[in-house]
Unconditional design. Sequence first.
Length: 157
Amino acid sequence: MEIRPSKESDIPQIFLLESRCFSDPWSQKILRSTLREEDCFFLTAEENGRICGYLNTTHILDELSIHRVAVLPEYRRKGVGTAMLTRMMEFCQDKGLKQIFLEVRQSNLNAQRLYSRFGFEQVGERPHFYQNPDETGLVMRAWVPSPADTAAEKEEP
Ligand SMILES: CC(C)(COP(=O)(O)OP(=O)(O)OC[C@H]1O[C@@H](n2cnc3c(N)ncnc32)[C@H](O)[C@@H]1OP(=O)(O)O)[C@@H](O)C(=O)NCCC(=O)NCCS
């Protein structure tokens, strides 16, 4: 599996992935215009020419916001989400970003488990943040670890 920056030619497959993973998929038009923004960071996970996951963020000052993390159902629980978030953390370290925010559906315990592994903690909640179905969004934040801390973690047995 390869994790790489997304490109415009990925958009049709990313749109299909959005449609399979979310009840409120982003349109191709919005995906394309977001990808062109200077402060966006998109990652594509690809296996044998098929896009199986993607991550979509924007950053401003020292903060990054995660908008989407999605993996096709048949590729889940194989570490694709973890690989994309690991690459995103490296990007944050390279850019000197300090903190990362995201919203997640209150009922989405699977995603919350994944995020907590990367140090995300709940810092707030937004009632009615989601539609279709209406649901509270939990606001989660993680501090970007220093590269030295990440290296020390890798050395631990
Ligand atoms: C959330 C999502 C991105 C996880 O992707 P993934 O590639 O399956 O994640 P990983 O394989 O790296 O899983 C890492 C850890 O997350 C947790 N996790 C992920 N999916 C889980 C599940 N179905 N049940 C329980 N724990 C789960 C586990 O702790 C898992 O580690 P483990 O497999 O060693 O137990 C994927 O399930 C998805 O696309 N869901 C639909 C879209 C979505 O909800 N996105 C998040 C919106 S905020």
